[in-house]
Design a protein around this ligand. Sequence first.
Ligand code: FES
Length: 272
Amino acid sequence: MTSTLPPPEAAGWKRARIAQRTLRTDRWWSGPAWTVLGLTAFLVYGLARALQQDHYWVADYHYLTPFYSPCLAGQCVEEAAVFGRLPWDFPWFLPFAVVSLPFLLLFRLTCYYYRKAYYRSFWQSPTACAVREPHGRYTGETRFPLVLQNLHRYFFYIAFGIALLNTYDALVALFHGHNGGFGIGVGNLVLLTNVVLLWCYTLSCHSCRHVIGGRLRSFSRSPARYRMWTAVSKMNTRHMLFAWVTLATLVLTDLYVALVASGTLTDLRLLN
Ligand code: FES
């Protein structure tokens, strides 16, 4: 059969020689659409909470929302600043959360999975397999600003440190029950679940996999690293799942702390 389409060079096409944007008849747009909704909702919530500058700390049980950890500003509640406060107040336009939230966002923004997700949904490059993208040229991650995605490994180190801080916060809260001793409330379970899942996301990162198993000539000479790399590689296959689950658990954890801190909700105590 002879094609009625002009030659690709004449039409300026460099890819598929079809007039339609795509021949796909399935709901290929639903994945990118859900991604836009999910990421936008998280960003709006995170920004609103960062700007609120309140209800981040439950004094009775030492619950600190992960969004505000570490709390270093001079205005932070003294007990919430487990690593001490800076000797000056943050100016009004700088949220307390500026210490960690931007790095956590950059860690996620440069994450290999999220890149795929938002390249498809926001950047439309490409929107989906076999769907023509609106861009005329494809330069990958070789030009500014996308070349900055290579900083991901450095954000991994920072996120690793922040995950350690969140873990410390969750463990310290266990020793602030009603009588100042060991105690468990729903809030403790929420904080602990959040850090366990955060570790799943952080350790399943591709950069973590490289840190553990990269630059080795022979695995047989480093059996401990091989075992760790194998474990991390298994987790890595679920990285997308952890990426979405932790987005939800971060919001739910922060929301729980905010509701208890504001007096809207009473923390149910299971022990002491
Ligand atoms: Fe997703 Fe590193 S690849 S966090």
